[in-house]
Design a binder for this molecule. Structure first.
Ligand code: A2P
Length: 270
């Protein structure tokens, strides 16, 4: 499973493991075991968020693993409804204290708008919030800062008003739903695209066309889906609560050929 130790390089110069273990929809109380298993089988990149409510479990599993803190890449996120810049520092402090760490490797603005106001214009607030994120970065308590669910216009506002270019944009990204415009724009600006829900939260697992390609490589649909992200230079964050799947999702040292990649590019799944 060499792939879990391979890295991309962020625009800060820091290395980030190519596959992260996603913890969205794993409640606190249930997240400890999956994170423990993931670390045990070789994952070194864990993705959480304040709003997932599982930072305590994630932090505990990291501590108990006895893996050196610097060998783990840990991401958490500023809740999407925190659009008041004066609340950023205290919200960040809550995250690192719940996680029980001195720093995170990546701190993301979870979304450009509060979830209940999806699509609303919070450009001004996002710029102010970003300035607070920059202070946290400069203090060394977040080794990199970035965004999530940001579209091209949201990114442009940060690029033109911020001092620091986001290191990553974490977006919903899977076969058949690859957000080409924001993906291209992010890459052109040195912003790593992280793919959340790389298995479409499980919905593409019985897609017949992907299954056909998976059979050809003697792989599962999950493995094809994860490999597809990697071959498009995005960073997949598969989530699972089952050891068998956690292992399988990191066992993707194979190559999908160009022709099959082109077939996958044309599929619709969303
Ligand atoms: P579970 O958590 O019960 O193990 P995504 O990463 O896109 O959010 O998808 C997560 C969903 O896909 C979860 O329901 C998870 O199930 C399921 N899943 C993750 N990995 C696999 C796998 N290798 N095979 C089948 N289902 C998987």
């Amino acid at each position: 499973m060499a792939i879990v130790t391979e890295t991309y390089t962020l625009n800060t110069g820091a290395k980030i493991h190519k596959i992260g273990f996603g913890t969205w929809q794993i409640p606190n109380g249930e997240a400890h075991d999956p994170v423990r298993i993931a670390l045990n089988v070789g994952y070194r990149h864990i993705d959480t968020a304040r709003v997932y409510g599982n930072e305590a479990n994630v932090g505990k599993a990291i501590k108990e693993s006895r893996i050196a803190r610097e060998d783990i890449f840990l991401t958490t996120k500023l809740p999407a409804d925190v659009k008041d810049a004066s609340k950023v520092e205290e919200t960040f402090e809550k995250s690192i204290s719940t996680l029980g760490v001195d720093y995170v490797d990546l701190y993301l603005i979870h979304a450009p708008w509060p979830w209940q106001e999806r699509g609303a214009d919070y450009t001004k607030e996002n710029i102010e919030v970003w300035q607070e994120m920059e202070k946290i970065y400069e203090s060394g308590r977040a080794k990199a800062i970035g965004v999530s669910n940001f579209d091209v216009d949201d990114l442009k506002a940060i690029l033109s008003h911020g001092k620091i270019v986001p290191a990553a944009n974490q977006i919903r990204w899977f076969i058949g739903s690859t957000q080409p415009e924001v993906t291209k724009f992010s890459k052109e600006n040195g912003i790593l695209v992280e793919a959340y829900s790389p298995l479409a939260t499980g919905r593409i697992l019985d897609h017949p066309d992907i299954k056909q390609i998976a059979d050809k490589y003697h792989k599962t649909v999950a493995q094809i889906s994860i490999r597809y992200c990697l071959q498009h230079d995005t960073l997949p964050l598969p989530k699972s609560t089952h050891e068998e799947y956690i292992i399988q999702n990191a066992d993707v040292d194979f190559e999908i050929n160009e022709e099959d990649m082109a077939r996958l590019d044309l599929l619709e799944s969303d």
